[in-house]
Design a protein around this ligand. Structure first.
Ligand code: ACO
Length: 336
């Protein structure tokens, strides 16, 4: 039976032009192209030039998503949600600036901070607003400028993260339409918050001790995160499929958070999905955190991998710890 649902109408992606191949990093730190490719599947990432911030990438991706939506007969946006862990500043949020620079007027605009799961949380937030009738049309952006937060002395994180932004437009519609967000599953475990984070600018370090130089950098317990990522994404994927009433064999594409190719392969094993159904874009962009799912969607769409009405499982995991999945069908989309 048809229900009110958010429907995907546009898609856009942007990565800064500067590519940083593994060889460049291996000249700067004790690592190698061989290690990075074997352990992560990453060949290169994009890093923004000095002076470029997350909102700049978000505006580019948002502009492309809006153009893509306009070509499908899309109207005005009345809500902007930006998922990011690397906002332009602590306060104000990045979303109002993105909305203003996209000439969207005085729309509702908020940031969602859920680490690498940010895009799924933002998609859920906007979808809920559309279904509830608080908004008619939304722009959801996942955008990150991660490289300034990477400790150049920490090869465990410096080789992984990249910068970029991806965006989708949504409108209020019904669940039987191609492009409908069928349902979502979200979760978190704050008892494991210390496994990955960026302390700087938080009230905790400010209220307890003088700021330390390393507070500005991302720290990550990669091995522990790896295991939680596989388990939580697999559990959340199963949960969202059950809610959607889809059998795993009916899923055409699994779009997992692009953190590590080995995580994606382990996820496929856990779900019993063959690797051909995995959408993998990590080799070109690294882990772009909240941008990774829309960037992977745009890459696969540009390559013509998605057909109208295909069933997509989106699933992500990251800092928080937080995880989330969404079941969507694929619409007619013309990339700008
Ligand atoms: N180059 C060469 N060697 C390295 C590098 C590197 N860049 N990094 C680590 N090593 C070494 C280690 O020092 C260690 O050496 P040792 O055995 O002599 O002690 C060895 O390689 C193995 O290190 P591990 O940390 O065990 O490596 P692992 O295979 O676990 O890979 C990685 C590390 C890539 C970080 C992996 O654990 C991972 O991908 N984790 C998940 C990350 C993730 O999902 N993040 C999402 C959340 S982030 C967010 O939300 C913002």
């Amino acid at each position: 039976m048809s229900r009110p649902a958010a429907v995907l109408t546009g898609l856009g992606a942007y990565v800064p032009p500067r590519t940083v191949p593994n060889e460049e990093l291996s000249r700067r730190m004790d690592t190698s192209d061989e290690w990075i490719v074997q352990r992560t599947g990453i060949s290169q990432r994009h890093w923004a030039d000095p002076g470029v911030a997350t909102s700049d990438l978000a505006v580019e991706a948002g502009h492309r998503a809006l153009k893509s939506a306009v070509s499908g007969g899309f109207g005005d946006i009345d809500m902007v949600v930006v998922a990011t862990t690397t906002p332009d500043q602590q306060c104000p949020a990045t979303a109002p600036d993105v909305a203003a620079r996209l000439d969207l007027g005085t729309v509702a605009a908020l940031d969602v901070a859920a680490g690498c799961t940010g895009f799924v949380y933002a998609l859920a937030t906007a979808s809920a607003a559309l279904v509830a009738g608080y908004a008619e049309r939304a722009l959801v952006v996942g955008a990150e400028t991660f490289h300034p937060f990477l400790n150049p002395a920490d090869r465990g994180t410096a080789v992984i993260f990249g910068d970029g932004a991806g965006a989708v437009t949504l409108r209020r519609g019904t669940s039987d339409e191609a492009g409908a967000v069928q349902t979502v599953d979200l979760g978190s475990d704050g008892t494991l918050k210390d496994l990955v984070g960026i302390p700087g600018n938080g009230s905790r370090p400010r209220s307890t001790r003088p700021m330390q130089p390393d507070d500005q950098y991302l720290y990550m317990h990669g091995k522990e995160i790896f295991a939680h990522a596989v388990n939580r994404m697999a559990q959340s994927s199963s949960a969202v499929l059950a809610k959607a009433g889809w059998d795993v064999d009916e899923v055409d594409h699994v779009v997992g958070h692009q953190a590590n190719l080995r995580i994606l392969h382990a996820l496929a094993r856990e779900l019993g999905v063959d690797r051909e159904r995995l959408v993998c874009h990590i080799d070109q962009v690294g882990n772009t955190s909240a941008a990774s799912i829309p960037l992977a969607l745009a890459d696969a769409a540009a390559k013509g991998h998605f057909q109208l009405h295909d069933r997509l499982l989106l699933t992500a995991f990251g800092a928080g710890l937080a995880w989330g999945s969404a079941a969507i069908t694929w619409p007619e989309i013309t990339l700008a």
